[in-house]
Design a protein around this ligand. Structure first.
Ligand SMILES: [Zn+2]
Length: 136
């Protein structure tokens, strides 16, 4: 696993504080929006059980509790468009929205992954990132 993936999963599994983990991601010298966006999108979509609309109560609850101003563009997009369309729009936003997008996606993944760990993964799963997270 790449370092950013380890940190993303540590945030999701509450093994690192959300704010601290987000800082580690955003201030990493290898920070790359495109790579982070693709990774988080894949992780979020994989963790949502509904593969048709990629929408669940947990997902809705997550986008309604993102710890940023609700008037920020990425949040407005997430709230007003279906999941797949919203993610397509997020990918094309101007650069100055990138940080807000990454924070939003980290928050959503923490919620959807936590639900998955508490349901589907509860009695053991083959996801190596759920069973063995190497220290950073
Ligand atoms: Zn799992």
């Amino acid at each position: 696993m790449h370092q950013h993936e380890v940190i993303i999963n540590k945030i999701a599994q509450d093994k690192i504080d959300f704010e601290l983990g987000t800082k580690l991601i955003l201030e990493n010298e290898e920070y790359n929006f495109e790579i982070l966006f693709v990774t988080l999108k894949k992780n979020i979509f994989n963790s949502i059980p509904d593969k048709t609309d990629y929408n669940t109560k947990t997902y809705q609850n997550a986008i309604n509790t993102i710890p940023l101003k609700p008037t920020y563009t990425p949040i407005v997009i997430l709230k007003n468009f279906s999941t797949k369309i919203a993610f397509n729009k997020l990918a094309t936003l101007p650069k100055n929205e990138n940080t807000k997008t990454i924070i939003s996606l980290l928050w959503i993944f923490k919620a959807t992954d936590t639900e998955r760990r508490n349901t589907e993964c509860k009695n053991g799963c083959g996801h190596f990132w759920h069973e063995n997270l190497n220290p950073i």
